[in-house]
Structure formats: C-alpha cells, structure tokens
Design a protein around this ligand. Sequence first.
Ligand SMILES: *[C@@H]1O[C@H](CO)[C@@H](O)[C@H](O)[C@H]1NC(C)=O
Length: 530
Amino acid sequence: MYSPRQKLLWFAFSTRVMVLVLQAVTNFIIPDHVANVFVSPEDANLRRTWGDAAVDTLLGGLKRWDAQYFIHIAQYGYTYENCLAFFPFFPLVVRYVSYGLNSVVGSFLNIHSSILISATVINLIMFIKSADILHRLSLRILRSESKAYKSVVLYCVNPASIFFSAPYSETLFAFMSFYTMLKCTENETLRFANIDIVSGLPAGFSMITRSNGSVNLGFIFYTSFRNVIERTLPEIVYKYRTLKRRIILPFLFLPLVTSCVSLFSTVIIALIPFVLVQTYNYLKFCVPGQHNLPEFLSNTEYVLPGRGDSPWCNSSLPLSYQYIQNHYWDVGLFKYYRLKQIPNFLLASPILFLIMYHCMSYIKNNPKLCFTLGIRSNFGYTNKVPYRQKQYSKSFGANDPSFFVYIVHMIFLCIFCIMFVHIQVSTRLLASASPVLYWIGSYKMNVGPTPTSDQNTINEHFRRIGIGKRIPSHHLSIANLEGVDNMYSKWKTFIISRWMPDFQSRLIQYYFLGYFLIGTVLFSNFYPWT
Ligand SMILES: *[C@@H]1O[C@H](CO)[C@@H](O)[C@H](O)[C@H]1NC(C)=O
C-alpha cells in the first residue's frame, strides 16, 4: 500500500511516461503538419549515427513549435534577436546537463540528440519534484490531505501536459513558482525577520525562466506585508502597553527595521539573476561587434548579435522583452482579437472560464475578507475565537484568507491573458504559474464510490493488514477517494479509473483528460496546439 505522497510521485512519473509514449507512437503514425514556423537550422557537418536516428524517432515529436527555440538556444546560444523572447534558465540548464551527457555517450550520439534527451529528462525530474512541492503547498493551504491529493492528481494530467514534457520552460517555471509560494507560507525562521531571505532564490530563478516570474515577487511583498500587520505590529503594540521603562521605547521598533532589511535583501537576491541576464542581452545585442557565427547560422533574415541598432537598446531601461514581443509576435492590447482566431479563443475558453468564474465567486462570497486583503488584524491579542474554516462548505475557498493572494495573482494573469497574449498560450501559462486551477478542480470534483471504497471494505482491509501496527491517518484519508485496489497501484488514480457521479465533475475530468490526450497528439505532429 502506498502513502498519498508515494502514490502522487508514482502518478507524476506514470503520466510523464504516458505522454512520452503517446507522443512517440502518434508522431510515428501521423504525418507531420507543415507549420512554417521557426525551425532551428541544422549543422550539415554534424555526424548522424543510427543512435541519433533512434532518438529522433522516439523524442522527435517533442521538438515542435517553441521547443525549436529552446533547443536552438541550448545548442547555439542566443544567435538571433527574436530568441530573446525565450528566457535563458531552462536552455542554460539543458545545455550544461547535455555537456555532461555528451561526455559519456558522445561516441554514438551527437550534441543535438544529447540536448533533446537532457531536456526530456530534466522536465521529467522537475515535474515529479514540482508535483511534490505542489503537494506540500496544497496541504498547507487547503489543510486537507484528500483535497491536496486531488489537486496534485489533477496537476499530473493538466490540460497543458505536453508542454510539461516537451522542451519548454513550463515545468521548471512551475517548480520555481510553487517553491516560491511554499517558502512564503513558511513561518519565519529568524526571530525578527519576516521572511526567509532564501525564498528570494526560487523567485529569482522563476524570473529568468519565464517573463511571468516577475509577478511572483508579489508573493514575497504580500507575505512580508501580512507578517508585519499580523504579527510584528501587534507585538509592538502589546509590548508598548506593558512597557515599564520609557528608555527602551526606540528598541520596540527594531523588528520593523529588521523586517524591512530582510524584505530588501530577499528582493535583491531575487533580482540578481534577472539583472545579469539583462546585462548579457544588452552586451550581446546592443554593443556593436563581430558575431562569430558559423556559416549555417548566419541567416540574414534575422537580427544577429553585435548589430547594436535595435530600437530597444536606446530606451532608458533597455529591456528587450516588450519590444521583442511586440515586434516579432505582434503582442499588444487586444491585438489578437481577429475572426480567424476564434478557434484559439475556444480552445482557451475552458481554463479562462473555470478560473475566472470561481475566483470571482470567491471575491463575491468573501467581500469582507477581500476588503482587508486577507489579513487578519489581531491587535492587542484579543481573545477572539481563533479563525476556523467553515465546515462542510463546498464553495471554493469559502471564508479562507489564505487563498486571497493566490486568487489575486490568478485574476491578474487571467486578465493579462485575455487582453494581451496570444490567447491559446493561456492554458499553459495559467497551468504552470499557479496552483489555483488544481485547487478549484479539487473542490469542485466529487468522486463516486467504487466497490472497494466504502468504509466497511476499507476498515476490514486495514484491520487485516494493520495487525500489530498503526495505520498512518493520511493513508486512511485518501482510501475513500481511491478505493483499496487503487491504493496498491502505481498509476491508477481516481481521475482515470473512476466514473464521476455528477455532471460538473465529469466535465472537469473530460476537460483535463481530453486536453491531455488531444494536446499531445496534435502537438507532436506540428498541428496547432501551442
Ligand atoms: C506573461 O507571459 C506572457 C506570455 O509569455 C507575456 O506576453 C506577458 O508579457 C507576461 N506578463 C508579465 C506581466 O510578465
């Protein structure tokens, strides 16, 4: 019998294998669509063995759409200006792992294959780790083993699944984002510091993984702010009231000062990688010089490094991202609202609807809580009844202030998606940036009973296997959900083995599984699924 965590780690692994197998099989059977998008130029002198051909057959379906950019950057670096739209952390990690791999298998695989394998393995490992972090985070916020468990199961079959296996930065980004959030739920380790400055690291890495990482800084600011209001200030007020000697009055404000210092250092730590990356970009593309690119890469259609005359170089804060998005991808306010984009709007509509609907009802149902920004004021340590979640409340996050910051983050991203980005990107953007989608699903999905999930069977079973030892309670908490037989399976979970009792649950189930399957098949054959 597996514990909830073991089951989740195995399920995360199994779903990765399913994506990889499905991708390989359908890529083999179905002819590729001709998409006319960027394809990384191949080095004609690169040796190709049967090993490389095998890697291409098995993993070639992952090298589609933007994956071409990530592979290209990992292999050759930022050779063209439009590549700057893709942030460097994922390709950088892939590059160095592939060097290591290449030193071992270099005799029968070329560097291109090593890169593809490295990217796949990194995403596989990071996905399992991100599922684990999401589990810990969900346990803290949802305070229920079965709800946290359900959330992570949903994450493993999320509608953007293929992008978490193909060489895209989503998985690494999800890991860094969830990790930042988890760090922000931890109580401070230092007595006076409000936030562990180490949480600046995952936030900083998320900022150089995807552009939306900078929004994660909001979690750090919010946590720090809330800690000051909820703990530091009440403590100061309390000490002030019970103050014996006036002389130590100034010392009372010491905790405030340390809070500011720790927030400041956290933010600085988070910004360092970002600043380094921007400096690199500037030096590479804005300072005139030689580019030293090999013949096959010196494509004059693109802006090459060292040209030094791009418009963004002259702005007072020379950040390339906005310009690149605008210039090469035509991203801008409502620029994507065209008739021919209707199919893409339809594809993105389930996730936008699901999230917006439930986030809005959270705000509507908890006006007071939202008005106080999810912060509980406990000045003077009044003996108010400690806060407790409304029992039996089925609505999403009812009366729970710890959801507040996640909801605001999610609404911000949704609105951003609707107004600015290529709408079909919303699915992977939202699925990798926040746990809210999974939490909504976990609240809204009812799982029907099976023959082995009723209480008698479970009790009987646990009695039989539990002779002489205590059954950990978290085993029991998901037994009703999974039934006894699933508890022994590495890959069977309710989402794939169970018939849902009501329409809404079924809808969510089909949406997740449908996108999981269809997305993988379409993507791996270069059909529009970006
Ligand atoms: C979020 O990501 C999208 C797509 O990559 C991008 O267009 C947008 O500018 C980003 N927004 C922020 C605030 O970083």
